[in-house]
Design a protein around this ligand. Sequence first.
Ligand code: MRU
Length: 350
Amino acid sequence: MIEPIALTAGNRVRFLDQTLLPQEEVWIETTDAEVVAEAIRSLRVRGAPLIGIAAAYGLAAVAANSHASDRGALLAEIESAANILRATRPTAVNLAWAIDRMLNEINGARDADEVRLTAVREAMAIHREDVDGNKRIGKNGAELIPTGTTILTHCNAGALATGGYGTALGVIRAAHAQGKVERVLATETRPLLQGARLTAWELVADGIPASLIPDSAAGHMMNRGAIGAVVVGADRIAANGDTANKIGTYQLAVLARENGVPFYVAAPLSTIDLATASGDAIPIEERSPEEVRAIRGVKIAADGVEAINPAFDVTPNRFISAIVTNAGVAKAPYHESLAALFRSEVTARG
Ligand code: MRU
């Protein structure tokens, strides 16, 4: 199972450049927070949990490789790297969550050596917990999938979007291992084609029967009874269950409701933002219109046409059948069930 990121023995961040997939597998190594930030902005490293892990490793690399000998100077360097990383993308809450968790731990360290050790240890813990959490998401979600189900997924919420294994693809992997998956339908996911380039790549590598469909084919296929469940990931889930995910998710949820197809969101607790009351308050990233007018540098639109490129949309909680997390499955009313999952997690950790 691919893990798209690691901290090397020399405390360098090593990550797969996802913009080049599936044609090329190029790995980048750096100790520079600006290189990590550029990778997040340009989607070399993408997916809500993965950008959190990348930022954490970026801070660990800065801490471990800094020449600062006193605690104050080292903390100032880390703080300035944290500011650069935090400003890269606005929608996925995992980014701010991971940076805050890192700074919280690091600030408790007594001297520069302890700051370095703490930064490396905490970043590795964030990564490991994400992978373990995804396996629990997979197990919890697979219980909702009946045998013989064709599952539609959107964008890439797989190993490549996380520390490894995946959230929505974690559910699909676990259900497939239990012999329940008839076929996976992966939407292309225009404009940047995460479904065609990344999800299809993961499914083929795992030998899971899969078909790629145009984004616009989902309604037709649901209407023909060809889809038994929709499972998607999330970039931020508000306290009331409203869910921001890759653009196009909302229309899939509405279509699923219209056609009586269950619509599941799979995400770790780190994607749930109890401080944001509802989806209206989730910031939606606007990306360059060039991503709509061209595919990998090849112009596909009329010269001079304007384009609009919101990267995410919000699915209102009423369209969501269940939110599958590492701590269990939440159902409506979500403001109660999501808060209860956090309480159970705190109790479980003692
Ligand atoms: O713009 P991206 O590729 O970073 O988009 C994020 C996503 O991968 C999806 O929205 C995904 O479904 C949630 S992240 C597991």
